[in-house]
Every structure is written in structure tokens, then in C-alpha cells.
Design a protein around this ligand. Structure first.
Ligand SMILES: [Zn+2]
Length: 433
């Protein structure tokens, strides 16, 4: 029997329709030009007999959220508007629409992210939040002008209400211990580096969470605030850009902090003020884009941070990447081939080495992988390294010294995860080459 709605109360007006009601789902397949004739779809769309751009965007994002995607690429290419979803770095086609739908779809996303509708010649970036089911998501919308129109990337960020602890980052126990020892420094500059989407933010939050105590004043400046740190004061950079990282940092310094977390060092000015804050006795934690831990030092040089500042403030760099984990449901053991042995750097074992891989099952969508884990290299700045930084040493000299102090590089960490059966050799090759 169908549930009957409760009778309206005689004292109160009938309740309004809840505004959070999910819109009616539509079928994307009915408008896919790989399935149906594109001219027919175009005619129906123009006649208003197909879902609106609003409904299409909603359906695309709902499917992306439900499948656990990390991003959605909406790109006008020759003869079609291709929509693909990215799962852990691998793109998969969702639907292909007639190319003239590009304008209306981009327009819907611009409205959501409060971007300029009329600006079609310059890149734009915005964000908005939405709730799907019981989960809150942050959507980062990035639009660039391309030959065929505007290309849109929507990054989906699941707003977890909980901050990971250092032990939950998935690092090897040696790495976690090294990280904890680094963070015992009461002052200095601590950086988490990696490409975008490599989990840097999770790590920098875990580190800030780890160093706080009731005796310390912790202030953060972020763009935007991604997690709430209950013990700290957090500054959310305004979307109207009325003040920036540098303005916020200078103001924070006047508040007598002990620990400052800066969302990201994106430019020279932020880098310089962050180093300045570390020199004046604060522990400054931040993230930065870089190819590896040693490369990050040179990136800081290139940003114009004086080497003598860096040599006296930099305490350590965690460089990380995310790697897919073998699906626990279809994990199988197999003997290693010669090529794979070469990738592993041929561990000196006589007996046949057996490793793991995912066969592919329903639980992992046939990919053999489910979930991701961080691989990392952690550089603790030694005395010699400090000296080398002071002299603005070459990458080669810095790498040599890192080798001398036993830097476990990211590839070695990845191989450790292969030998533990967490990931596969193929995945290491895909991520690290
Ligand atoms: Zn599986």
C-alpha cells in the first residue's frame, strides 16, 4: 500500500515542499549522440522536448557523485560535447552531446559557481557546495576558453567532517615516525608538495591537527577552508578577492600566533611572507605544487625566496602522490615476470617472487582497483643540506646529499607498497613512469 501523506494540521498551513528534494532523474542515454542521431536530438532540444541544461548538469553531477568520481570533464571537441568522469586519475566517457549544447551547459555551471556569464574569452574559477543524500560536496568549477567553445572541469570534493590523524594517512610506519619527529620543531617552514589532487591538503591538516595543543595559538588562512579545526582560528579567503594570502598572513603575524597554516604557496609573495613568518619564530605549514621534495627547494628559490632565509627556516618537505589500491574483493596472487622484476629493481631473491593484482569484479567496476593511498618521500633538512641551501646549490648536489642522509624516495616507497600487496607494479608504472 502506498504511504498516505499526513492530513494537514488545522492550526498550521500545509508544509511547503522541501527545497532539498532531489530533482527528477533523467536518462542521459536518450540524448547521447553515440546512441541516437545527433540531428534528431538537436531538433528536440531546440523544440524544448528534451531535458533542460539544468537537468542534464544535475544528472551528470548526480551520477558522478554516486559513482565516487573525482572530477567531471565537459569538453567541446570536434563534432561533440564530450562529458567524461575521472575516477582516481582515469577518465571514462559518460555521454556525448550535440556540440551546440555547450553554451547552455557551461552557463548552468557558471550560475552555480557565481561566475561571469558574459566572460567567454578568459579562464574563470569558482566553487559552490551542495548536498547529495547525506553527504556534503564542494564543487570547484574551472572554465577555460578553447577553440571550440569553453572547456569545463568540475572537481568533486567530498566534505568529510573528520580530519585524519598522521597515523591514518596510509604512510609507512617509518615515514609516519619521521614526520612526527619533524613536527616536533617549534618553528620553521614545513611543506607538503605534490601535483594537484595528490592529497596534500589532507596531510597538511593532519599535521596541523598533530601539532596543536591548548597552550598554542593556531591560525590558518585557506582558499577555501576545507575542514574545521576546532582549536584554531581559520580565515577563509573571500571570493571577491578583497584580500589575499599575503594580506591575511601579515595580519595573522600581528596576532601573536605559534602555528600558522597557509593553504597553498602559489606565488612569490606568499612564499616570501610565509618564510618571513617562519623566521620570526612560528611553525608555518603549507602546501605547494612540485615534482619532488628536492625540486620543491628549487621552486622556492625560483619564487625569489632568498636562500639564506630558506636555509634557516626550512625544516622538512613531504612529497606525495596518490596511488590506486588493489581491490580487496578480487585480489589474486601471480608470479612476477622479468619486466616487472626490472621495475622493482630486482630484489636479490632467488626464489620466485609472487605479487598481487586485481582480477576485476563488480565491486571495483572491473578495474581491479578500489580506493587510493598516498606514497611519499620525506626530506628532513640536515645541517649539510642547510649549508647547501645557503649556497643555492644545484639540484644534483642537493640530491646527492639527500641520498647521503638516506632519503627514501617516492619510488622506493611505492615498491614497498607493491611488495606489501597494497598496489600493483602496473599502477606504479602508470603513476611514476
Ligand atoms: Zn574487484
Amino acid at each position: 500500500m502506498a504511504p498516505t501523506p499526513p492530513p494537514p494540521s488545522p492550526l498550521k498551513p500545509a508544509p511547503a515542499q522541501p527545497t532539498t528534494a532531489q530533482p527528477q532523474r533523467i536518462s542521459l542515454e536518450q540524448i547521447d549522440i553515440k546512441v541516437l542521431d545527433r540531428n534528431r536530438i538537436r531538433e528536440l532540444f531546440k523544440a524544448g522536448r528534451l531535458p533542460t541544461a539544468d537537468q542534464i548538469v544535475e544528472e551528470v553531477l548526480t551520477r558522478a557523485v554516486h559513482s565516487g568520481a573525482n572530477d567531471v570533464h565537459i569538453e567541446p571537441i570536434e563534432g561533440e560535447l564530450q562529458i567524461r568522469v575521472g575516477h582516481e586519475g582515469i577518465l571514462k566517457r559518460m555521454v556525448s552531446l550535440p556540440p551546440d549544447m555547450n553554451d547552455s551547459i557551461v552557463s548552468v555551471l557558471k550560475t552555480k559557481a557565481t561566475l561571469n556569464q558574459f566572460e567567454k574569452k578568459k579562464p574563470q574559477e569558482g566553487r559552490y557546495s551542495a548536498v547529495y543524500g547525506t553527504d556534503a560536496f564542494d564543487f570547484r568549477v574551472n572554465i577555460i576558453p578553447v577553440l571550440q567553445g569553453e572547456r569545463c572541469l568540475v572537481r568533486l570534493l567530498h566534505k568529510s567532517s573528520r580530519i585524519s590523524s598522521l597515523d591514518e594517512l596510509g604512510f609507512h610506519e617509518d615515514s609516519t615516525a619521521q614526520l612526527k619527529s619533524l613536527l616536533r620543531n617549534p618553528r620553521g617552514l614545513f611543506l607538503v608538495t605534490g601535483p594537484s589532487g595528490s592529497g596534500k591538503t589532507t596531510t597538511v591538516y593532519a599535521a596541523t591537527n598533530h601539532v596543536h595543543s591548548p597552550e598554542k595559538c593556531v591560525i590558518t588562512v585557506e582558499d577555501p577552508v576545507e575542514y574545521r579545526l576546532p582549536f584554531s582560528s581559520q580565515i577563509n579567503l573571500p571570493s571577491d578577492k578583497s584580500f589575499n594570502f599575503v594580506d591575511a598572513l601579515r595580519a595573522i603575524l600581528r596576532q601573536n600566533p605559534n602555528v600558522i597554516m597557509v593553504g597553498e604557496i602559489r606565488d612569490a609573495e606568499t612564499g616570501i611572507v610565509a618564510a618571513e613568518a617562519a623566521i620570526t619564530g612560528n611553525l608555518v605549514l603549507s602546501t605547494m605544487l612540485a615534482d619532488d621534495a628536492i625540486g620543491a627547494i628549487h621552486r622556492l628559490f625560483n619564487l625569489g625566496i632568498p636562500p639564506y632565509w630558506l636555509s634557516s627556516t626550512l625544516i622538512g618537505i613531504v612529497h606525495q602522490l596518490l596511488i590506486r589500491k588493489i581491490c580487496a574483493n578480487c585480489r589474486e596472487e601471480y608470479p612476477l615476470s622479468k619486466e616487472e622484476l626490472a621495475v622493482l629493481g630486482a630484489p636479490n631473491k632467488e626464489e620466485e617472487l609472487r605479487l598481487f593484482r586485481g582480477r576485476g569484479c563488480a565491486a571495483c567496476g572491473g578495474t581491479g582497483y578500489k580506493g587510493r593511498v598516498a606514497i611519499c618521500e620525506i626530506l628532513t633538512i640536515s645541517h649539510t643540506m642547510r649549508d647547501l641551501i645557503f649556497q643555492k646549490a644545484s639540484l644534483l648536489q642537493l640530491r646527492e646529499e639527500a641520498g647521503n642522509v638516506g632519503l627514501q624516495n617516492i619510488r622506493q616507497d611505492a615498491i614497498r607498497k607493491v611488495l606489501q600487496g597494497v598496489t600493483s607494479v602496473q599502477e606504479v608504472v602508470r603513476v611514476l613512469g
